[in-house]
Ligand binder design. Structure first.
Ligand SMILES: *[C@@H]1O[C@H](CO)[C@@H](O)[C@H](O)[C@H]1NC(C)=O
Ligand SMILES: *[C@@H]1O[C@H](CO)[C@@H](O)[C@H](O)[C@H]1NC(C)=O
Ligand SMILES: *[C@@H]1O[C@H](CO)[C@@H](O)[C@H](O)[C@H]1NC(C)=O
Length: 480
């Protein structure tokens, strides 16, 4: 190319010279510029990816003394971690918001060291707070989800990986711990297995205990659904529907499971202290098997330092023990296995037994009553129109054909109450639970009930009589 600088400059006007110089230097400058921009981009990308790599997969969101909560980006989960060892005691997968699109744990409540807040735009707001501890070694965190749209369904799932969970509700196929249990999401309220076998049975407390020393407590006034997915997790959910309700619970960590359970009892959130109820679902083939099963359950509980509480026997097991109790004592002595039940073997656990106004027609109790004209009138009967003898009204209860106590007969009631008192004493039971008080046996078979038993009068009469048994009596009759 030409070299303009070699031209005699005196003949060339300034403007022409500068423009010529510019033409000459442009390609070089452009290349440098391009390179600069490229380097800048490369550095920016480098810095961004370095930051992304450096960004830890989990980040502290709330820190106390004994532990704290972290946000795990990959899973969209809250972790509860004990300090100083750094042991993760609970993993809570967050299901109500798009949590796996990692939100930065940016704290809206940064000015308050005891709180962490974050809002998923138009979905829900999360507020974590340090709560007053129930005991020096225990630390508690409040978790509160507030929906920001009416149709948001909040769902927090507690992982069962490396944690055995106890508590919750009883289900028909009970598992202990509840890791093996399975249930679809349904209201976390006490139900009746005979009405709804797939539902929850007695719900003593909204309380879960994890083997890592963590407890989950839900206040009684929060509407709550519970689902159990065996060996994966259990989930606390808010009901789906028009009214958006917050999901609130309290997490506490203690040095171990026994301390956690002890300290949970002092929490004001849980209802006035009641003992945990451990339902017996062990071997039930004979009285001897039940006694052995109860002793072994008591031993297992003691091993976990869970010796305070109630061992609850269902109706069938109670009936088997009651039948063994009836065996005359001279026969009993010869058979070691039918020896009277000794409640001190499970101490300090208490025993609760279950009775109902139903008696299987195959049971020795019913067969004995047939031989005794007075006892035969203990059951609800169909009165013959023209003389003749009355026939017991048979109904099904828990899949068996049964006769039902005649609550309008004074003789029947006093016999029944005396039997309940005797069994309570003979089996050393601290509590007697009565099931099956509800329902109208006549209407169930489309037979018009007698005047004294129309509507709910049966339930009312039975409940009134059972109340005389004292404050260790539990009557579970559905209210309208
Ligand atoms: C469970 O514990 C085992 C052994 O300590 C460990 O390898 C595994 O990562 C743990 N799993 C979870 C989900 O924490
Ligand atoms: C219940 O017992 C009373 C008194 O024995 C009797 O009058 C009544 O007919 C019985 N009711 C039924 C439904 O069996
Ligand atoms: C139940 O009654 C017994 C004696 O009647 C009494 O000692 C006990 O305190 C009562 N318990 C409750 C919880 O009211």
């Amino acid at each position: 190319s030409t070299m303009p600088l070699t031209r005699p400059t005196s003949h060339i006007p300034d403007a022409a010279w500068t423009s010529g110089f510019r033409e000459m230097t442009e390609p070089w400058k452009g290349a440098v510029g391009c390179l600069g921009v490229a380097v800048f981009f490369a550095m920016t990308i480098g810095i961004i990816s370095w930051q992304a790599l450096e960004q830890s997969p989990e980040e502290w969101v709330l820190r106390g003394h004994a532990g704290g909560m972290l946000w795990e980006r990959r899973r969209g989960a809250l972790l509860l971690r004990a300090l100083p060892a750094g042991r993760t005691v609970a993993v809570i997968a967050v299901g109500g918001v798009p949590a796996t699109e990692p939100p930065p744990p940016r704290d809206r409540c940064w000015h308050d060291g005891g709180q962490f807040c974050y809002a998923w735009e138009e979905d829900a707001e999360l507020r974590l707070s340090l709560e007053p501890p129930p005991a020096p070694a225990t630390e508690c965190y409040g978790v509160r989800w507030t929906p920001l749209r009416p149709d948001v369904m909040l769902k927090d799932c507690f992982s069962m990986a490396n944690v055995s969970w106890y508590g919750g509700a009883s289900i028909r196929a009970q598992r202990w711990p509840l890791n093996g249990a399975e249930s679809h999401a349904q209201p976390f309220v006490s139900g009746d297995f005979s009405e709804n076998p797939a539902g929850y049975g007695p719900v003593s407390e909204r309380y879960f205990l994890g083997s890592t020393g963590v407890t989950v407590t839900v206040v009684p006034d929060v509407p709550l659904f519970l689902s159990l997915e065996s060996n994966r997790h259990f989930c606390l959910e808010t009901p789906a529907g028009r009214a958006a309700v917050p999901l609130r619970y309290l997490l506490c960590i203690s040095p171990d499971v026994a301390a956690a359970h002890r300290h949970a009892q002092t929490l004001r959130l849980s209802p006035p202290r009641r003992s945990p109820i451990w339902r017996y679902y062990g071997p039930a083939g004979s009285a001897a098997k039940i006694k052995r099963g109860l002793r072994s359950l008591a031993k297992r509980l003691k091993r976990h330092h869970l010796q305070e509480g109630v061992l609850a026997l269902g109706e069938r097991c109670t009936a088997i023990l009651a039948a063994a109790d009836h065996v005359p004592s001279e026969r009993r002595k010869r058979h070691d296995s039918t020896r009277a039940w000794d409640p001190s073997l499970i101490k300090p656990l208490q025993l609760s037994i279950t009775l109902s106004p139903y008696t299987s027609i195959a049971s020795p109790l019913f067969l004995r009553s047939l031989r005794d004209s007075e006892a035969a009138s203990y059951w609800l009967s169909l009165q013959p129109r023209l003389g003749g003898c009355s026939v017991p009204l048979l109904t099904t209860w828990k899949g068996r054909l049964c006769a039902r106590l005649n609550v309008t007969s004074e003789a029947a009631l006093s016999w029944y109450l005396a039997r309940a008192r005797h069994l309570r004493q003979a089996l050393g039971a601290a509590y007697v639970v009565f099931e099956g008080a509800e329902g109208n046996a006549f209407l169930e078979q489309a037979i018009p009930p007698p005047a004294e038993l129309v509507g709910d009068r049966y339930t009312g009469a039975l409940a009134e009589a059972l109340a005389t048994l004292g404050n260790a009596t539990v009557i579970s009759a559905g209210a309208r």
